[in-house]
Ligand binder design. Sequence first.
Ligand SMILES: *[C@@H]1O[C@H](CO)[C@@H](O)[C@H](O)[C@H]1NC(C)=O
Ligand SMILES: *[C@@H]1O[C@H](CO)[C@@H](O)[C@H](O)[C@H]1NC(C)=O
Ligand SMILES: *[C@@H]1O[C@H](CO)[C@@H](O)[C@H](O)[C@H]1NC(C)=O
Ligand SMILES: *[C@@H]1O[C@H](CO)[C@@H](O)[C@H](O)[C@H]1NC(C)=O
Ligand SMILES: *[C@@H]1O[C@H](CO)[C@@H](O)[C@H](O)[C@H]1NC(C)=O
Ligand SMILES: *[C@@H]1O[C@H](CO)[C@@H](O)[C@H](O)[C@H]1NC(C)=O
Length: 210
Amino acid sequence: MAKSTIFFLLFLSFSVLLHNVTASDDIRCLQGLKDSFKDPNGNLNSWNFSNYSMGFICKFIGVGCWNDLENRVLSLSLPNMNLSRQLPDAFKYCSSLTSLDLSGNKFSGPIPSEICSWTPFLVNLDLSNNSFSGSIPAELGNCTYLNKLMLNNNKLSGNIPPEISRLTRLKVLSVANNNLSGKIPPFSGLSDFEYGGNRHLCGGPLAKCG
Ligand SMILES: *[C@@H]1O[C@H](CO)[C@@H](O)[C@H](O)[C@H]1NC(C)=O
Ligand SMILES: *[C@@H]1O[C@H](CO)[C@@H](O)[C@H](O)[C@H]1NC(C)=O
Ligand SMILES: *[C@@H]1O[C@H](CO)[C@@H](O)[C@H](O)[C@H]1NC(C)=O
Ligand SMILES: *[C@@H]1O[C@H](CO)[C@@H](O)[C@H](O)[C@H]1NC(C)=O
Ligand SMILES: *[C@@H]1O[C@H](CO)[C@@H](O)[C@H](O)[C@H]1NC(C)=O
Ligand SMILES: *[C@@H]1O[C@H](CO)[C@@H](O)[C@H](O)[C@H]1NC(C)=O
């Protein structure tokens, strides 16, 4: 691992520690998610809150903890589970979250513009293959640690906010297969950028905006 990566990880853990979140917040977060998600196939049945013990939520499907003896959520990985409805503000109680993968579900409604104030340490955000609509919130530019942002295969419209092109750590970005239009802002430092299958994008790697 590169020295800078190690420093970054140390810094990130330290920031999260400083953030001083209490473990019960994370329980409240998952409980809020379970209450608001529609889960027709019972994929979240292991999320049973009747038995409180140290690190009990760390055994739930899709939940990764910073430390298995502590109820503090590091990552949530819930792809392809037929989950639906809108993303609730219960995410604000998962403030130590660094990776969120909700790809391949049936989530709808807007991408909450508050997502980066709820979970400011996100490194990976994958909302691909859902039914999110509305525009891409400029506030995603506030997730300063974002490395990977997958928004492809949704129903997003409007432009790609220039705020996102200012995310200095962003390496992988997909907005393919939406209904986006307007000028692609100048990205530098992306190793992978997918933008095909949109309505009226122009500029950047595409033809000049006319
Ligand atoms: C949760 O687990 C308890 C026993 O630990 C069980 O009685 C209860 O039915 C479970 N609840 C759900 C919703 O699965
Ligand atoms: C509660 O969880 C602990 C640890 O996972 C387990 O050992 C215990 O059997 C559980 N109790 C019930 C009632 O499910
Ligand atoms: C999702 O729904 C489809 C069709 O209703 C079903 O065939 C599939 O098994 C479900 N997947 C999961 C992981 O529940
Ligand atoms: C998303 O959907 C596309 C097309 O339906 C499919 O090719 C791709 O594998 C899916 N990706 C994920 C992560 O589910
Ligand atoms: C988040 O982003 C918006 C728009 O880019 C900006 O106006 C706002 O000040 C930012 N908020 C924080 C807390 O950084
Ligand atoms: C695509 O976006 C345009 C506005 O930019 C809107 O008028 C149109 O209804 C959208 N189409 C779909 C299929 O969402």
